[in-house]
Design a protein around this ligand. Structure first.
Ligand SMILES: [Zn+2]
Length: 508
């Protein structure tokens, strides 16, 4: 078993010596239940530890965003039916403004009387324009902000961790795992997605080194002598409704394989840190499973030595049901008892954190039940576009984007192939192009970084078109090239768009 591979003992005292602060006390979220222990269950049957106000706010944002993307096809259908009318251009632009919030390229509409409207590039254009609008609003108004993200940082440290680094699967059904499923402040948690959650160990080592260097040099987020560790988590996924088909594509829809793959990668990262750095350097690990049909999580709580058992986990859904009729204090106690039963020697800090995640997930379980019923209607893939590159902080919604983290097409080919395969079914099979946003975020204070990011986008675009030339040649692959200075709260910057007509280059 993997769990015997770990050599070092966990320095339990480290986490236990720090004073524990409950996030409720520092106001991470305005959950009335957390601040009113012993409250009777709500009359509407809601769980005493959930946050109905936040659920309503998150749902409004999710619905509003997805509705805009989903208005594209019906609107284009209507426009297509008008294309031989005499006042076509005026009426088409009216419809576009009214339903989509922007105008369509005039030259494409004007040519419609000569030949058929180029619906493929119009569709891609609309997806990209909607994406741009969505991004601009995200960076301008911060719709998913958390009232007290600093409170979360302090809580995390009190649990014995200075960084929480989560690698979910790149599957779009997990894109909301940070802000919705786990209810964490998205700017306080590192997220890097990979197909099958099989994260890149070298990339994580780089991030670990950077994190420890910042603690040493700048005392951020805490000083290097503070007894806290880097916590690396993997979020694998499975389907409770259709386990054999709607699980993780990268692991053949096999839940055991998905969990084992994640744990194997976690152990490799830990081993790498222990072998590469002296003075007892190590990291802590956490394995989380997400049911993409209900958003309920299962947490494989580590034992006192930090070891993770694939067969032992705390299941949020059954805990939600079994504690629903209790008061808040009793429900929370039951939750912590369940973690102790699963992992009797779990450290106090890890128990607090796992308890916090499970409690947060109760709100998401209620969210899905309240707004979607027993499970989501779209239990399979229903992403609206593919995102390739580095960045995408704004993507915190389920089934909006398939994410392919990449530096080069070659090294990320498996992630990208999975995405293209998914979209060949979702879009190309129906004659709709696959929209791909190629994105590179850069640090504005680094000289030349913007130019390199742009260059990077162009290189990836070229490689994409070569790898999927069959789709590209048939107009079934469209790309939007985007960069963003991630040090500022700037909007995205469009570098090029294959769906915007320009006879000179076809790219601007
Ligand atoms: Zn997956």
């Amino acid at each position: 078993m993997q769990r015997t591979q770990r050599k070092m003992g966990y320095e339990q005292s480290k986490a236990a010596t720090a004073p524990l602060r409950r996030p409720g006390a520092v106001g991470l979220s305005s959950v009335p239940a957390r601040q009113a222990p012993g409250r009777a269950p709500a009359a509407n049957g809601a769980h005493p530890l959930t946050n109905a106000v936040e659920n309503a706010r998150l749902h409004e944002y999710e619905r509003g965003t997805k509705d805009r993307f989903d208005a594209i096809v019906p609107t284009l259908r209507e426009i297509s039916a008008l294309q031989h009318e005499s006042d076509f251009v005026t009426r088409a632009q009216e419809l576009a403004r009214d339903r989509l919030g922007f105008e369509l390229p005039e030259s494409v509409l004007e040519d419609a009387w000569i030949e058929q409207l180029d619906m493929r590039s119009l569709f891609a254009k609309c997806v990209f324009a909607t994406y741009k609008r969505f991004c601009n609003e995200f960076f301008a108004s911060d719709p998913l902000r958390v009232a007290d993200a600093t409170g979360f940082d302090a809580f995390l440290q009190s649990c014995g961790f200075h960084t929480l680094d989560i690698s979910p699967c790149a599957d779009g059904r997990l894109a909301h795992v940070i802000r919705y499923v786990l209810r964490l402040p998205h700017r306080s948690v590192r997220r890097k997605s990979y197909a099958g959650a099989m994260f890149d160990v070298e990339d994580s080592i780089e991030k670990w080194v950077e994190t420890e260097m910042l603690r040493y040099r700048e005392g951020r987020p805490n000083t290097a002598d503070a007894p806290t560790r880097y916590l690396k988590a993997v979020a694998y996924h499975y389907s409770s409704v259709d386990p054999a088909h709607q699980g993780c594509a990268a692991h053949g829809s096999d839940t055991d394989r998905a969990a084992a793959g994640g744990l194997e990668r976690l152990l490799a990262f830990q081993q790498a840190i222990e072998n590469s750095f002296c003075c007892g350097a190590s990291i802590d690990l956490l394995l989380i499973g997400v049911d993409t049909d209900t958003d309920a999580i299962r947490v494989h709580a580590p034992d006192g030595e930090g070891r993770i058992d694939l067969d032992r986990y705390v299941d949020a859904m059954s805990l939600y049901d079994s504690t629903q009729s209790l008061g808040a204090t009793a429900a929370r106690e039951r939750l912590h008892d369940a973690i102790r039963e699963c992992s009797p020697a779990v450290t106090e800090g890890m128990r607090e954190l796992v308890g916090f995640l499970l409690e947060n997930n109760f709100s998401q379980i209620e969210y899905v039940r309240g707004f979607h019923g027993r499970h989501y209607a779209d239990i399979g893939h229903a992403e609206r576009f593919i995102g390739a590159g580095v960045g995408f902080e704004e993507i915190q919604l389920r089934n909006l984007m398939y994410f392919a983290y990449m530096n080069t097409v070659e090294e990320s080919a498996p992630d990208l192939d999975v995405g293209i395969k998914i979209f060949s079914g979702l879009n190309a099979a129906h004659g709709l192009p696959i929209p791909v946003v190629v994105r590179y975020d850069y640090h504005g204070e680094v000289p030349g970084a913007r130019e390199r990011a742009i260059e990077h986008c162009r290189r990836i675009d070229k490689a994409l078109r070569a790898r999927y030339s069959d789709l590209a040649d048939r107009g079934l692959l469209h790309t939007l090239l985007v960069v963003r200075d991630c040090d500022a709260s700037n909007p995205i910057e469009i570098v090029a768009c294959s769906a915007t007509p320009n006879p000179a280059s076809g790219a601007h």
